[in-house]
Ligand binder design. Sequence first.
Ligand SMILES: [Zn+2]
Length: 747
Amino acid sequence: MAPTNDITATPAADQHISHGGKDYTTIKEGLAYILIPASASKIPQTTPKGANAPQSVFYNPIQQFNRDLSVLAIKAYGEEAIERKERSIAKNKQKIQDKKRKREDDGLRDSSRKAGKIEKEKGAIGSANPGPAAEIVSESVVEESTDTQQDKENGSVEAANAVVDNSVSIGTNGDVEMVTADEQLLVEQKAASAKTTEAPSIEAIPAKDNLSSQPKKPSFTILDALSATGLRALRYAHEIPFTTSVTANDLLPDATKSIKLNVQHNKLEDKIQTVTGNALSHMYNVACGEYKENGKPKAKYDVIDLDPYGTAAPFLDAAVQSVKEDGGLLCVTCTDAGVWASNGYPEKAFSLYGGVTIKGPQSHEGGLRLILHAIATSAAKYGLAMEPLLSLSIDFYARVFVRIHKSANEVKFLAGKTMVVYNCDEGCGAWTTQTIGKNKLAANKSGKGHFWKHVYSQAPSASEHCVHCGMKTHMAGPMYGGPMQSPEFIKKILDGLPNASKDTYQTHARIEGMLSTALEEHLPPIVEDTNSPTHPSKTNRYDPAALDLYPFFFIPSTLAKVLHCVTPHENAVRGGLRHLGYRATRSHTKGGCIKTDAPWEVIWDVMREWVKQKAPIKEGALKEGSAGWRILRLGEGEVKEGEKPNLKVVFDEKLGMERDAKKLPLPLRLLTLQTPIPNRPLPIRHPPIRNLHHHNPHILTLNKTLPPPITILSAIPPTPILLPAIKRIILQMLLLIIPFLLRASLH
Ligand SMILES: [Zn+2]
């Protein structure tokens, strides 16, 4: 039996502590120690390594992955936030110094004028201002002017966005423009967004030792809103070094009592405050400035962590308002996958998340989008925009990390990136999406620059039966239709991983694996419109207009089941798609799945070719009228030669092998075309098979005499991942040029 210690003993793993007449043992997770009452009941629980052992109800080992990941994600976010704050503090300090110096100069000039020694004093001031000080001043001037430039750009975006016709006009393509607000509201919104640019709010706290001379340290505050044992709060305080304060809130007095004991045992009294009360009232009080700390209203939190048992939906409204508006971080867990990712309770999913679940293997991807939809719509009511950083579906729960920005303009993009899905869940599994509103890029009347219009979406975009198999489709959503991952943010966490001890972060390997998959998950459009005033190349931040055009994956075995054929290896399918010039990658939500920018017409063409080339089906295997029967066109008899699609599918397994995302260059989105492509066609989303001429090998032969249009594409480095994409762009461009050449040769 190990010796029993007092609560003040240095914490260690498997320690016995006696305090207040009760006995405890200590469990170590990360750098934190958690006290487990010896009398606490035990239940069988699964460890992160899959072992099943009885464990106290006070400690849930399976969630260690979530906690490890959260520490690393908040750290990655915080490092950048602290840098921003430090820059801002330095700038403010410089401004104060400049003002002070100016006052001193003016004072000196005044007094010297009185004394009639103006010329002499001027010389003295000159020598009192040596070189380096002058350099600092000029540096700050440069910084100011850059900021002014940035503000001007934001201003022009705002002015452009504020253009609203007073009448409903019908555009050439049938879009009806939405008149969203009267002028008064616009003025208010402009005023509100003008106040809140990216400049961080600063409540610097003086360093402890020396109040006057030490440089001020930026604050970094975290709320663990539903703290339970306080393990998260303990870990954040221990493991995120620049954290200045963590608030651990719980409804139950017994819980906060045990949190306090743990805080004392971990010697973190100077960093962790405990609050006993309803998480909602605490967050609303902070949001309204009614929660006082040292007699002053408490500032909003840099980070809020919502980690409830079940859904976080009831806490979202309060959380979006009590986290900082200049890019504060919200970390949200929802453990009710039975609601957001199942077919069982579409009505409950709608009540909690504002959308209906999607049936099929992609239900977890859909669930993440429902949760993001719930956060984004909660925030939008208050002029707050959501920027997703990382969205993961893990075991039975979802964990999303999003930033919140006060910006009336960014909120306007939400309808245009909120989508419904028409899902062929009873037939072949194909889906199409439609956004509720539409964000449309338009040229300014002056001809200088472009602006975003927010208009109605044209309806309907899909028929009630699946165009591939003729089965009934069902609707899912509305749900978030923008990108769910920020590759830059994920890379930042991954870059920090080698410095994270595998002893402290026992789920290290799984974090690395999951983040690497999530990193390659998003397929940005091949060519982006750099005319957009919100393009990252212009704003140096996320694009609020970005859409995820390829939001869901498919699974080869599910497709093979529809056709009653042998399942192709996923590398063969990926290779086939890549050979055709499409991108093919994975989703972290399911093993063996494929995400691609190929439209469903092409996916089914690939599968038809699979049956034809490699896996012929038995006669009578498919029932007449079934989805597979229709997709294989078994009722159409012999297809005439000219009607056959011109796809030449090569099941190249080597080309289809998975690649290490960490070794890939950053996604294409981060590269911009320096030379715009004239009359570039819009991305083809679901072209009918007959339009796929650009895969016709004859066209390639015909064009061999043309000079290769390499110059236009030279801005993109020809790395292996980009080659298929480049090939596709070249083919599309050739298609554009051919009619002109033909016409020219006729004249
Ligand atoms: Zn179908």
